[in-house]
Design a binder for this molecule. Structure first.
Ligand code: PEP
Length: 240
C-alpha cells in the first residue's frame, strides 16, 4: 500500500436473499475493522435499502451499476439520482462482467462515469482488458472524465475474476505502476499520486496480506470473499 487511505470494496454481485444479507450485515457489524481504511459494499439494488438501514454507517454503500443519464423511460435501469437518494456514495462502473457478459462498451461506460461524477457520486472505475489493449493505452482512455477527485481505479485482470487465479503481488504491482504512469502522462502528476488504484481478482483472506504490501496497491475490490463477513474483515485489515 502507498500513502493514500486504503480502500476495500465488496462486490456482492447478483447474490443473496433477505436472510443471507441480514446475516452478512450482522457479521460485518460485529467485525473489528481498522479505522484507517475506506470500506464500501455493493449489494444488489433490491437489497440496498435493507443494507442501508441495518449496516453500521462506518461502511459506505455502492451501486453495482447506474444508468448513463437522467431517469425516464429506461425499463430495468436505476439512475444515479436514485442511488444517491437511497444512500449510496459510490457506483461500480465498467466491471468486466458488464463488459463481457452484458456487452457494455467503452464509450457507454465512459459516459456513465462522467455522468455519475458530475452528479457527485464516487466511481469505482474498473479496468483490466487484455494485455495488448493495456499496452496501447486504450484501457484507460475509457475514463475521459471531468474530474479525478472522486474516482478509485480498480484493476482487475479478466483471467483472475472469480477463477481462484490471483495475480502475483509483483504482477499486480507492475500493472498498478503502469496505470499510475499513464495518469501522470495523460492527466497530471498530482492525480497520479493521489488516485487510489485497487486490485481485484480472486483476493481472499489468505492472499491479501502479500498483495497489500505492494507499494502501488491501494486496496482491493473483492467479489466472492466479500460474501463472508469475517474473511472480508481480514481483507479490510490486511494493510496493517
Ligand atoms: C470482482 O468481481 O470484482 C472480483 C474481483 O471477483 P472475485 O474476487 O470473486 O474474483
Amino acid at each position: 500500500a502507498g500513502s493514500g487511505k486504503f480502500f476495500v470494496g465488496g462486490n456482492w454481485k447478483c447474490n443473496g436473499t433477505k436472510d443471507s444479507i441480514s446475516k452478512l450485515v450482522s457479521d460485518l457489524n460485529s467485525a473489528k475493522l481498522e479505522a484507517d481504511v475506506d470500506v464500501v459494499v455493493a449489494p444488489p439494488f433490491v437489497y440496498i435499502d435493507q443494507v442501508k438501514n441495518t449496516l453500521a454507517d462506518r461502511i459506505e454503500i455502492s451501486g453495482q451499476n447506474s444508468w448513463v443519464g437522467k431517469g425516464g423511460a429506461f425499463t430495468g435501469e436505476i439512475n444515479v439520482e436514485q442511488l444517491k437518494d437511497i444512500g449510496c456514495k459510490w457506483v461500480i462502473l465498467g466491471h468486466s462482467e458488464r463488459r463481457h457478459v452484458i456487452g457494455e462498451d467503452d464509450q457507454f461506460i465512459g459516459k456513465k462515469a462522467a455522468y455519475a461524477l458530475t452528479e457527485g457520486l464516487g466511481v469505482i472505475a474498473c479496468i483490466g482488458e487484455k494485455l495488448e489493449e493495456r499496452e496501447s493505452g486504450k484501457t484507460f482512455d475509457v475514463y475521459a472524465v471531468p474530474s479525478w477527485d472522486n474516482i478509485v481505479i480498480a484493476y482487475e485482470p479478466v483471467w483472475a475474476i472469480g477463477t481462484g487465479k490471483v495475480a502475483s503481488p509483483l504482477q499486480a504491482q507492475e500493472v498498478h505502476v503502469a496505470v499510475r504512469d499513464w495518469l501522470k502522462k495523460n492527466v497530471s502528476a498530482e492525480v497520479a499520486s493521489k488516485t487510489r488504484i485497487i486490485y481485484g481478482g480472486s483476493v481472499n483472506g489468505g492472499n491479501c496480506a502479500e498483495l497489500a504490501k505492494q507499494e502501488d496497491i491501494d486496496g482491493f475490490l473483492v467479489g466472492g470473499a466479500s460474501l463472508k463477513g469475517p474473511e472480508f474483515a481480514t481483507i479490510v485489515n490486511s494493510v496493517t
